[in-house]
Ligand binder design. Structure first.
Ligand SMILES: [Zn+2]
Ligand SMILES: [Zn+2]
Length: 295
């Protein structure tokens, strides 16, 4: 079996296992599975004209300039439209309740009325037709643009780092896109790896230091975990009142999809947000503020 197919099977198996182990995850996994499959399928493609030629400047990284700032992803309008179309199809499968709104977005796209630049910078004026904008609703538009940005940045990053490249980076924000992480992953000894939920990059960062504000945590370990699940924790920074989900992985567990790992911890997201804490970074599925307020 080719590697890609093997990984796809593994992704599918993991989703099934998670659904069996945690029935509360079923809705979120059903919603995002088509998107995760799409992201993975695309990784075989080459969609960015200049990604493989990007020069990585150590001096810029040392100064804390994320890669994307000096090298914005270059993508043709045609490829962009195709990605947006593929995404809308995956979203319709995952989010059937908003399928009419997604159809309206698809129509705008086909008619050439969606602006690539605005969509990439997450501008809500990406849809210029006021009638369509009113009919769609800001949450659907935000979900679509965030997923599109995630798809594009993940793909771009994978093409830039087609050959593994060590980056000299010491910050808590992502060296590629500059966003804060959504997950911390410990593998064996040594510093844990932070995972960027926006572009998929991982980088090492010290224990007990807050990626957002840099505060070092002393003495009493500010961790929360659920009894019986000690490998899954939430690190809390009392200085900036943010938390970071953290998991320990073992060698024999293979290379699990980190989006899925982060999703499997949403019970900790809810617990932390109930205490008024914010995640290091909001991602596609971890914003429970509205739900908690109305509960
Ligand atoms: Zn990133
Ligand atoms: Zn902090």
């Amino acid at each position: 079996m080719e590697i890609s197919q093997q990984y796809m099977t593994q992704l599918n198996d993991t989703i099934t296992q998670l659904m069996q182990k945690w029935p509360h995850l079923q809705p979120i996994l059903h919603a995002f599975a088509p998107f995760l499959y799409l992201k993975h399928r695309l990784l075989k493609e080459k969609l960015f004209q200049t990604a493989s030629q990007i020069k990585i400047h150590t001096a810029s990284l040392n100064q804390g300039t994320p890669l994307i700032q000096e090298n914005p992803p270059q993508i043709s309008e045609e490829v962009f439209n195709e990605l947006a179309r593929l995404l809308l199809t995956a979203m319709k499968e995952g989010f059937p309740s908003i399928s009419n709104e997604l159809d309206s977005l698809a129509n705008e796209l086909t008619a050439g009325r969606m602006k690539m630049g605005d969509l990439l910078s997450l501008q809500s004026n990406a849809v210029s037709n006021p009638a369509v904008k009113n009919a769609i609703g800001i949450q659907v538009l935000q979900l679509f643009t965030a997923m599109l940005q995630n798809l594009i940045l993940t793909q771009w990053r994978a093409e830039v780092f087609a050959t593994p490249t060590a980056l000299n980076w010491s910050r808590g924000t992502c060296p590629v896109c500059g966003n804060l992480p959504v997950l911390s992953v410990s593998r064996g000894k040594g510093r844990p790896w932070l995972y960027c939920g926006t572009c998929g990059q991982e980088w090492q960062f010290p224990w007990a230091k807050c990626p957002a504000c840099g505060q070092e945590q002393h003495s009493e370990a500010p961790y929360f975990f659920i009894e019986g699940e000690k490998d899954e924790k939430a690190f809390v920074c009392r200085n900036c009142n943010r938390y970071l989900l953290s998991v320990r992985r073992y060698e024999d567990e293979g290379n699990l999809n980190l989006d899925l790992l982060a999703m499997s911890l949403i019970h900790l997201d809810i617990l932390m947000q109930q205490q008024g804490l914010l995640p290091m970074n909001f991602c596609l599925w971890n914003d429970f503020r509205g739900a908690l307020k109305s509960a």
